[in-house]
Design a protein around this ligand. Structure first.
Ligand code: SF4
Ligand code: F3S
Ligand code: ZN
Length: 103
């Protein structure tokens, strides 16, 4: 599962579509965590898609990640600022790849 303390345990190494990327990153096999308020551990995500389908405010967008061992698509929290903290994505992800910091 995603480490809920990733802010402390990882370094912010990059930015992607306006959100942070938390390392380590070693493309294409290791992609890190995308997002801060809505965080998706790309190294855990298996592209199940439940988060993309169920988020009521369309926070997630698919991105291609060719060569990643778990899946060649990831749910990117492209619109994390729109999140309404319903926690649905956290509940539906079968591999616990998502952390939402509802404060
Ligand atoms: Fe979308 Fe709710 Fe998840 Fe926020 S907590 S990203 S609103 S499903
Ligand atoms: Fe990935 Fe979980 Fe969403 S596996 S696509 S983060 S439901
Ligand atoms: Zn991203």
């Amino acid at each position: 599962a995603i480490d809920p303390q990733f802010h402390e345990n990882r370094e912010e190494v990059d930015e992607h579509e306006g959100h942070s990327v938390w390392g380590p990153v070693d493309e294409p096999e290791e992609l890190g965590i995308h997002g801060t308020h809505v965080a998706v551990d790309f190294d855990i995500c298996i592209a199940d898609g439940a988060c993309v389908e169920d988020c009521p405010v369309d926070v997630f967008e698919w991105i291609d990640t060719p060569g990643h061992p778990e899946s060649e698509e990831k749910a990117d929290p492209a619109n994390e600022a729109q999140c309404i903290d319903c926690m649905l994505c956290v509940d539906v992800c079968p591999v616990d790849a998502i952390d939402v910091d509802a404060g």
